[in-house]
Unconditional design. Structure first.
Length: 699
């Protein structure tokens, strides 16, 4: 239960004066929420910059083009002539050095009269312009009287906005929300407060929204940093709580005598790489231990994670238990089952797939067999965590591409068994510092080597003015029986962005190459996608036009050529993932990056990195260097994905400090008891990291 103390902050924004249904909708969009945002969401929406209104020159000395605050007396009004409503409403004003015109377009009747009564003294702020030799301010940002002016610092925050939402309206809403701020307990330990010079939370929130110095709203100010630390601590503590749950001693050890694993390894048409062997051994050891496994298996695309996952599953099946593998998309789930099924069959392991597509009788049958223990290893999507999916004895949960799943989903799968061991697969090489942020403390196995026999990929960047040549080259490759991916960024034609649309490209290539061309994109039905993919895998189609749905996991070793259109639009990590679809067989592969000129310096640097290396870890590091973590995970945002306030560049130090603090809390007060525990619960609720709390009951 949320501490009642926080209730005022969880009131809907529509409870504020001036926030109606229209603002509700705009704020939902701005703050990325499906439902009406709460006051806390407004307060955690931090300024992107400030306007400095402290310059207070006399009219005569005001510099055109700058923001000034003038102290003036209102002399006379000139409303627009009756039949010309497009003419502006002018207000003539002055100080003892000169005259200034205040200009209002489409002013509501009575508005300007009330704002600037003749003879009154006012403080007027805005950008000064010269018009016909006359000083002028069009739509002053701020017009206040002496009393109101005394309360202003002269520095106004500027917020990220969305179309239709006025800055003033957002400011007024945030100012009201600040008034509702309750007296919050301190959740950070005194040592950290002292070491980092953090102000109290109320001061931090107040100063970023009502800055006194220009630097107050910078991410490295003590105020912003305190909020970033709070956010990071909430994240780390939530991960630690989940982990503590998962780390409860496992009653039974989940591993057998190795007979199934031996059968699978014997059936493999290849030898396991050294790092695969190491990972398999580490997992077997984890499963033997009387604590639960929590292990991250990181490996670049094509490094062979699936077979490691299968061997882990086989180990628990040997002990009479079941395993499940959850993938984020249907294509990926089917890809896994395709790799797994033939090997499993040879070992007598019973596997099945469950996604949104298995329905009705088919689904009921799968569920019945699962509950009866007649399925050993179930592969699927989110469909696995639906309420009515029950296992007889789930002992191992493998979660693929985990950063797409939330804590809740991870827990939901592990709750379907007792003391379930967890293996997370990630194809995104994540620098170690970030592993912490996304996964918390986990044991890590890395698959650093590529399976033997892989050919290097020749990667080239080509301007799209040479599209015709590229199409000719693709034609020659098709005649030679090669298989080609053609990647386009978008599905539908977009008026605003001049990108090649997959459907349009498909049509034009089809005209040229006829039935050899197929199309697959994210908006197609699952069955249709699979059919096209299967045709491509079987060689019935030679040229597959696709959007990024082929980004992860899709495995057609015979495909050796990839053309990526508008390559400059993709993130590095995404380009790397895409390219990982080729170079999987024994033949040399080619990747053509088509780009549109002119290229920005950043795009040039990115394409260069991609051309020079296929080492995913190096690419991840370069990406980090070039743009910050957002793009490492293919998420386009300036901060850390999942974090609103913390920035990886500015607050890197704070990540480890927050983690240390979380670990110390777990050691000293794992039940979050007493006043500090109560304060920490507040923190978890404020940053919506309270998911793990119900698991631990009342404190
Ligand atoms: P990813 O790590 O991207 O999930 P996969 O598990 O899909 O990689 O493996 C990619 C391909 O490599 C598959 O076709 C798989 O059969 C093959 N493979 C896996 N391990 C080896 C190995 N040790 N030697 C050769 N091929 C391998
Ligand atoms: Mg895979």
């Amino acid at each position: 239960m949320r501490p009642p103390l926080l209730n005022p902050l969880f009131a809907p924004v529509t409870s504020l004066a001036g926030v109606g249904p229209k603002q509700d909708k705009l704020l939902r969009y701005l703050l990325g929420r499906d439902e009406t945002p709460r006051l806390v969401d407004l307060l955690l929406h931090l300024p992107s910059s400030v306007i400095d209104r402290r310059a207070r020159p006399k009219v005569r000395d005001a510099v055109p083009g700058t923001v000034v605050t003038l102290e003036i007396t209102v002399d006379r009004h000139r409303p627009p002539p009756p039949r010309n409503s497009r003419a502006p409403y002018l207000v003539y004003a002055s100080d003892d050095t000169g005259d200034v015109v205040l200009t209002f377009f489409r002013a509501k009747p009575g508005y300007v009269e009330k704002l600037l009564p003749v003879g009154a003294k006012r403080y007027v702020s805005g950008t000064l312009q010269m018009y016909d030799g006359m000083a002028q301010i069009v739509h002053p940002d701020r017009v206040v009287d002496e009393a109101a002016f005394a309360k202003l610092s002269g520095i106004d925050p500027v917020y990220p906005l969305t179309e239709g939402l006025a800055l003033g309206a957002l400011r007024r809403a945030i100012a009201q929300a600040l008034q509702k701020l309750p007296d919050l307990p301190e959740w950070i330990s005194p040592e950290v407060i002292r070491r980092c010079h953090f102000p109290p939370i109320e001061d931090a929130l107040t100063r970023v929204h009502v800055p006194i110095e220009l630097t107050d709203v910078l991410p490295d100010s003590p105020f912003w940093s305190r909020l970033a630390f709070d956010e990071l601590l909430a994240g780390q503590l939530a991960l630690a709580l989940v982990r503590a749950q998962l780390r409860r001693p496992a009653g039974n050890r989940h591993t057998g005598d190795g007979h199934l694993r031996k059968k699978i390894i014997d059936a493999l048409p290849y030898a396991l790489t050294t790092s695969q062997q190491k990972a398999v051994a580490a997992i077997a050891e984890d499963l033997r231990q009387p604590v639960r496994m929590l292990r991250l298996l990181q490996g670049d695309v094509g490094s062979g994670k699936t077979v490691v996952a299968l061997l882990a599953a086989a180990a628990v099946v040997e002990a009479g238990k079941q395993a499940a593998l959850m993938a984020p998309t249907e294509i990926l789930a089917r890809q896994h089952i395709k790799t797994i099924a033939p090997l499993a069959e040879r070992a007598g392991l019973r596997v099945a797939i469950l996604t949104g597509r298995e329905k009705g009788k088919e689904r009921r049958e799968i569920l019945a067999r699962l509950e009866a223990g007649e399925i050993d290893f179930l592969v699927g999507t989110h469909a696995l965590i639906q309420d009515d999916v029950a296992f007889k004895a789930l002992a191992l949960a493998v979660v693929d591409e985990q950063h797409r799943f939330g804590v809740r989903e991870r827990l939901a799968l592990t709750e379907k068994g007792e003391a379930v061991d967890v293996l997370v697969l990630s194809a995104t090489p994540i620098p170690r510092t970030l592993v912490l942020t996304y996964f918390g403390d986990m044991d890590i196995s890395e698959l650093r080597e590529k399976p033997a026999g892989r050919q290097p990929i020749d990667t080239r960047a080509v301007p799209d003015t040479r599209l015709d040549e590229v199409i000719e080259a693709v034609g020659r490759a098709l005649s030679a029986g090669k298989r080609v991916y053609w990647i386009c960024p978008l599905v539908e034609e977009s008026e605003t962005v001049n990108l090649t649309d997959a459907e349009a490209r498909f049509k034009s290539l089809q005209q040229r190459f006829g039935g050899q061309v197929g199309l697959v994109h994210g908006k197609m039905r699952g069955a249709d996608k699979d059919r096209v993919m299967a045709q491509f895998a079987a060689g019935e189609i030679g040229l597959l036009v696709a959007t990024t749905v082929v980004e992860v996991g899709v495995d057609v070793p015979a495909a050796t050529i990839m053309v990526i259109e508008n390559a400059e639009r993709f993130g590095l990590a995404q380009l790397h993932q895409l390219r990982g679809r080729i170079g999987r067989g024994s033949e040399a592969s080619t990747c053509l990056l088509l780009y549109r000129e002119p290229l920005s310096e950043m795009s040039k640097a990115r394409l260069k990195v991609i051309r020079e290396t296929t080492d995913g870890f190096r690419i991840a590091e370069e990406d980090l260097r070039l743009r910050g973590e957002g793009d490492v995970l293919g998420v386009r945002q300036s901060g850390l994905p999942g974090y609103r306030i913390a920035r990886s560049d500015v607050h890197a130090q704070l990540i480890t400090q927050a983690r240390d603090e979380a670990l110390r809390i777990m050691k000293e007060n794992p039940k979050l008891a007493g006043p500090r525990g109560e304060a920490l619960r507040c923190l978890l609720y404020l940053f919506e990291r309270d998911e793990a709390l119900p698991l631990m009951g009342a404190g």
